[in-house]
Design a protein around this ligand. Structure first.
Ligand SMILES: *Cc1c(COP(=O)(O)O)cnc(C)c1O
Length: 217
């Protein structure tokens, strides 16, 4: 079932779009079904859950932290995390840099941008992200690399609104890229809106329930 859904989904995605299988709350046996069909990119939103799955599973998996990350928990994932999608402050980046250095790694990060109309607690305004990208302190962080942006659209049936929100993010991404050649990833789109996200320039989608089924939590 899981491998079938994954295969179907992948056949619909353009080649340049990376699929992150969002496996939060799902058991390792489910993740292993995806892994055994050749999938290597998994997304989790809780530090402890991701760490324990990392310990149990094959070591060639790329782990994506897609949820809000608290500074005091960065140390648990710094040894192995592949991409942190939801960076929303310089203070958090500073801690990621510190822990990456301890592990002799460079950790790639995305800045989470607030694009949804609904009041979400997380994510930066586009202007704050621009200021962060220009900040001198960032230049001193040798063990983190900002490689793109992430955003979540409003949870609504209004496709036009979703499309407009993704467009705003794509526009900011294109603008930032003029000055920063390291930006290459635009992470937007989930089970309900990944098609709209791709139409609007996403090259990384984070899909959970459409692969693993509904979550009960
Ligand atoms: C849970 C989650 C997803 C996946 O959601 P689905 O609707 O199950 O595809 C994507 N991105 C983030 C940040 C999430 O927390």
């Amino acid at each position: 079932m899981i491998s079938e859904k994954l295969k179907n989904l992948k056949s619909k995605l353009p080649n340049e779009v990376t699929l992150i299988a969002v496996s939060k709350t799902k058991p390792v046996s489910d993740l292993m079904q995806a892994y055994n069909s050749g999938h290597k990119d998994f997304g989790e939103n809780k530090v402890q859950e991701m760490e324990s799955k990392w310990q149990e599973m094959p070591k060639d998996i790329q782990w994506h932290m897609i949820g809000h990350l608290q500074r005091n928990k960065v140390k648990y994932i710094a040894p192995f995390v592949s991409l942190i999608h939801a960076v929303d402050s310089l203070r958090l980046l500073k801690e990621i840099n510190k822990q990456a250095k301890r592990n002799e790694r460079v950790i790639e990060c995305l800045l989470q941008i607030k694009i949804a109309e609904e009041d979400s607690k997380f994510g930066m305004d586009i202007s704050d992200a621009a200021a962060l990208l220009h900040s001198e302190e960032l230049q001193s962080f040798k063990n983190v690399k900002i490689v793109g942006l992430m955003g979540m659209a409003t949870f609504t049936d209004d496709e036009k609104q979703i499309s407009q929100e993704f467009q705003r993010l794509k526009k900011a991404f294109d603008q930032f890229k003029i000055e920063n050649s390291e930006l290459k990833i635009l992470s937007m789109g989930m089970s309900g809106d990944y098609e709209i996200a791709i139409e609007n320039g996403s090259n990384m989608v984070r899909v959970g329930s459409a692969i693993f089924g509904e979550r009960n939590y």
